[in-house]
Design a protein around this ligand. Sequence first.
Ligand code: SF4
Length: 163
Amino acid sequence: MDRILVSACLMGEQVRYDGKAKPLAHPLLDRWRQEGRLVSLCPEMAAGLPVPRPPAEIAGSGGGASVLDGRATLVENTGRDVTAAFLLAAERALAVARQNDCRFALLIDGSPSCGSGEIYDGRFAGVKVAGQGVVAARLMRAGIAVFSHRDIEALAARLDAQP
Ligand code: SF4
């Protein structure tokens, strides 16, 4: 049975920068939870970041892949550079995925870590652009199929298509 790494905030855990959750109410998630498929993780907390914490965005172009390659940084709205913590979050997420044989991930979109379709543009102006967060980019690079929370049905279709 394929297991799925899931953003903890989607599972209702209050781990976001603002101390809140963003629970996803969906029958597929309920079913997978009952089947024991889900591995819940907040990568930022796994890297030691506190709750609450200042919001952070990727400064520079290219999203999470650029951060992985040292061409962009993660900066809090305070101006503090938190690139090292986000890179650690990505490595911790990959380690947990591998330990639990997760070949799939369901991550909340928009986050500088978990975003897989869009992220904020780095100006703290509430503007989103296409791109991936650092965790999503790291998992993708390792061959894990990453789906945003909006694409949960597409993930279900992929799971159903597994031999
Ligand atoms: Fe949610 Fe991911 Fe941010 Fe943790 S790092 S709060 S799981 S979006």
